[in-house]
Design a protein around this ligand. Structure first.
Ligand code: AMP
Ligand code: MG
Length: 361
């Protein structure tokens, strides 16, 4: 693991400390009351540039270690396809190839790009799976730049100018009649960065692997994304959402039983400061700069982690009004949005409560 990769892990680690504390608290607390019926078993590894935790509920199965290892293996398989840092990955090869046409990319990549293009369309370009070269200009190639600096204005203008040469979006998937898929990337300005969607897909795959192994009650968390199944011995899983301006504070609590995915995007995850201004990792392709929509934290609840992951980023860039409209328009999608000025909103079916509104019980 390179030092650069390490930098990408630190903010994610900081981000999830409150979450781990919440999980730890309930995990430790619950067996006290239910000594014979089971407990939470958790295992954490570094994967996809962040900490991934697999938690299962049960009475302890002799094969559990092997089952959990298979879950992590599945996550690493997706990472090996979708990483743009790993020189052996298909995404790296596509981004660094002189060719613009790529025949039969791996199926997982097709699924991720297809969903990414759909969400790009639904969000009118706010979600953009082709921002790798812009992210590089800002130094967000591997996590947070060690010494953050604004890009040269000339470089930003050149990027925007190149983009504007393609009034139609420059990433296309085509399926020919015999089923072969071809991926086209126009010019060198469209390069894949799947950082806002691939982790969600990996978690969906990880949960499918968990269920196939016979574990029906579990929770998998990776950075700001999570996928949940079943319950904690008949009680809901409880998850804390971090306060966007106080990393030691939990802003909201979500209680869930059954299948659900949850993703949070925030401007506090990866950033550096220049002249008192936060330069963060969620970019707006219309300006070429970190999104200044007014939102600082967006949590999305959906059936699939891939969808929740991409939509949390999309809504972040869209801002409060357009973001709300998109959430309301999509079936099975709920959200919790926080603005810098303190205004906040959550959709009626969102399974979470602001902590300052909870009654003490
Ligand atoms: P997330 O933390 O899920 O919101 O994802 C943020 C990551 O997605 C960044 O680190 C980039 O790799 C990538 N990204 C940044 N801006 C966008 C955008 N507007 N659309 C899609 N992906 C983005
Ligand atoms: Mg996301």
């Amino acid at each position: 693991m390179s030092g650069l990769t390490f930098f990408s892990k630190v903010p994610a680690l900081k981000k999830w400390i409150p979450l781990f504390l919440v999980l730890l608290f309930f995990s430790l607390w619950f067996p006290w009351n239910n000594r014979d019926s089971g407990s939470v078993h958790s295992s954490t590894q570094l994967a996809m540039g962040t900490l991934v935790t697999v938690s299962t509920w049960g009475t302890g199965d002799v094969d559990e270690g092997k089952k959990v290892a298979r879950i992590f293996e599945r996550i690493r398989q997706v990472e090996a396809i979708a990483s743009r840092q790993d020189a052996n990955s298909p995404v790296y090869r596509i981004n660094h190839s002189p060719q613009t046409k790529h025949v039969a990319p791996p199926e997982a990549l097709v699924t991720i790009i297809e969903k990414g293009l759909e969400i790009r369309q639904q969000s009118q370009g706010a979600f953009d799976p082709g921002l790798a070269s812009l992210l590089d200009l800002w130094g967000f190639t591997h996590g947070v730049p060690e010494k953050g600096a604004l890009p040269e204005q000339n470089d930003l203008s050149a990027w925007l100018e190149k983009r504007n040469q393609f009034p139609e979006y420059g990433i296309h998937l085509n399926k020919d009649p015999n089923g072969t898929v071809t991926l086209h990337l126009d010019g060198d300005v469209f390069a894949l960065d799947l950082g806002a969607i691939a982790k969600g897909y990996a978690l969906d795959q990880a949960m499918a692997t968990m269920k196939q192994s016979g574990i029906q009650d579990g929770l998998i968390i990776g950075g700001g994304d999570m996928i949940i199944a079943g319950s904690k011995g008949g009680k809901p899983w409880r998850i804390g959402i971090q306060h966007p301006r106080d990393r030691d504070k939990v802003m909201a609590q979500v209680e869930v039983m059954g299948d659900m995915a949850l993703a949070t995007s925030g401007d506090y995850e990866r950033f550096f400061m220049v002249n008192g201004e936060r330069q963060h990792h969620i970019l707006d392709s219309k300006t070429g700069k970190p999104s200044r929509s007014g939102l600082i934290s967006v949590s999305i609840q959906a059936n699939e982690a891939m969808v929740a992951d991409a939509l949390s980023t999309a809504v972040f860039v869209l801002g409060m009004e357009k973001g709300k409209a998109l959430i309301e328009q999509l079936d099975g999608v709920e959200g919790m949005l926080v603005q810098e000025n303190g205004e906040r909103w959550k959709s009626p079916q969102f399974k979470g409560q602001w902590l300052d509104e909870q009654k003490n019980d």
